[in-house]
Design a protein around this ligand. Sequence first.
Ligand SMILES: N[C@@H](CCC(=O)N[C@@H](CS)C(=O)NCC(=O)O)C(=O)O
Length: 202
Amino acid sequence: MKLIASLTSPFARKIRILLHEKQLPFELVVDIPWNDDTQVPTYNPLGKIPVLLTDDGECIYDSRVIAEYLEGLPGASFIPEDWRERVTVRRLEALADGIADAAATVFLEHKRPPAQVSETWVARQRGKIDQGLSALAAALPEAGGYLSGPRLTLADMAAVSTLGYLDLRFPELEWRDRYPGLKAYQTMMSCRSSVAETMPPQ
Ligand SMILES: N[C@@H](CCC(=O)N[C@@H](CS)C(=O)NCC(=O)O)C(=O)O
């Protein structure tokens, strides 16, 4: 099994954490979809990472579908079987992914020539980041612990990847000051080797 990914993508990191937690061996193929020599469109017509190449030759994208596929492979389970619990986990995953999407949009917008940057668009995306972080913080149990119940789930993998991406791209956000619960949560999650070993390069 091969995972095509960049080392900074929060969506790819979520999958790398999941592969690590499930103890599934895989080869990491680093490919930056913005580079001229990228091979990503050969595997995903949308040109986005992550892409999983299975041993039987299937190309699977996007990260939520890859997670679904991996859940079906042997190893521990990180998506609850119970329908209601599963919906909660997947909603929290969507929330964390949505924050990362908005953050990536702001990051890319600022790569445009300054005169072309739409501050209205940036403000809209920043609003999603702020509202999203507030909702994520509110979802944390008061006593601390994982996002959804007593066990680590895919929602935690998405959340910790998104928080890491904010630290990488927007250190000035200082979300820890506003959300001490999220700060404690990220510290707790960072003790896991799956999280520590997938930190994006600075
Ligand atoms: N919904 C997708 C999002 C993937 C995504 O946006 N990946 C970014 C990297 S963080 C990408 O490949 N962007 C390249 C592009 O948009 O052309 C997923 O969860 O896999």
